[in-house]
Design a protein around this ligand. Sequence first.
Ligand SMILES: Nc1ncnc2c1ncn2[C@@H]1O[C@H](COP(=O)(O)OP(=O)(O)OP(=O)(O)O)[C@@H](O)[C@H]1O
Ligand SMILES: [Mg+2]
Length: 366
Amino acid sequence: MAFSFSTFFNKPQKSVLGVDIGTSSIKVVQLRRDRGKVILETYGAIALGPYADIEIGRATALPAEKIAEALKDVIREANVTTTDAAISIPYSSSLISILRLPSAVEKQLAQVVPIEARKYIPVPINEVLLDWFVVGGGGKGAEPSDKIEVLLVAIHNDTITKFRTISSEAALVTGFFEIEVFSAVRAALEHGIAPVAVVDMGAATTKFYVVERGLIHESHIINHGSQDLTLAASRALNISIAEAEERKRKFGLTGGGASTDPGGWEELQKSLELSLSPLLSDISRTVTAYEARANQSLNALVLTGGGATLKGMQAFAQGKIQTEIRLADPFSKTETPAFLEEILKEAGPEFSVAVGLALRRLQEIG
Ligand SMILES: Nc1ncnc2c1ncn2[C@@H]1O[C@H](COP(=O)(O)OP(=O)(O)OP(=O)(O)O)[C@@H](O)[C@H]1O
Ligand SMILES: [Mg+2]
């Protein structure tokens, strides 16, 4: 019997797929571990608009079958070679709250949390899947306390059923479903203890998560998203929504390096800035409210989601918001070909959730 050290140590690892089903598009990222390194094998995105007979970049509400169809298409287009997947559940389909409980019950959370949860969850408890994490208080915080903070997460059974259907129709074997909050934070943040916020700029909404010592402390949803920019630009420039979306992506706030002014990007820029303002004010207000409540300031805002890839976003946001603004760079947690580095840095924010899912799945099978 031959025993080879090289096959023992370099055992080829299985590839895994992170699947982020957003309202406007599906993102997939395939990773593999090789000698302790995480290799990016492939990635791709597909707009859901066309499956709902609306424009690219807009939010949709599609049934499982249509989503599965799009998922199969992007799996094919991106040359995905694995069926071992992890799928995100939208934040909007979940309920997340913080319970403050006496420290004494820390050992009995399995009994106590479902009872306490009834106060927060508007549907019968047996209709939801419950999960929880101790995130503060007791011995965890800076000051000892007789209360613990428990992050409570609930997902309706119907939602789980829908995502199981999508998974099986797309012929995936899904290791876990995870609320996108956790995936985004895993991919967008470096280890650190200072409180920061991850701001996920999606199509119809923007999600705001406060993270401290790696744990999520608060989450909010802001009802402004990147599609608002397109719709406003379409009205202001009197062009179709599809055309406005295309110009938004191409020129952004900076003209995208154009030396001339093809089709009036300055007008586009004005319109984009105008419609970004209410979103940035909302973010700013959310920061201020958190800082007043928690009596501590946020170290940085890490922007993620497709909306964060708008050209010039970081500089423009920094001009409006005091807190340091960074862009998420999830692919930096993976090994990528050098010639792709620039592209992956720019596209990165859009893929945070998918990267975060795949990273956790790799760890699980590791
Ligand atoms: N290069 C780009 N420049 C500007 N905006 C962009 C760019 N690429 C995508 N977007 C915008 O990002 C938005 C989609 O972002 P993302 O894919 O994160 O949303 P989603 O995950 O589908 O939505 P949600 O998370 O709210 O469900 C769209 O409105 C789109 O117009
Ligand atoms: Mg999203």
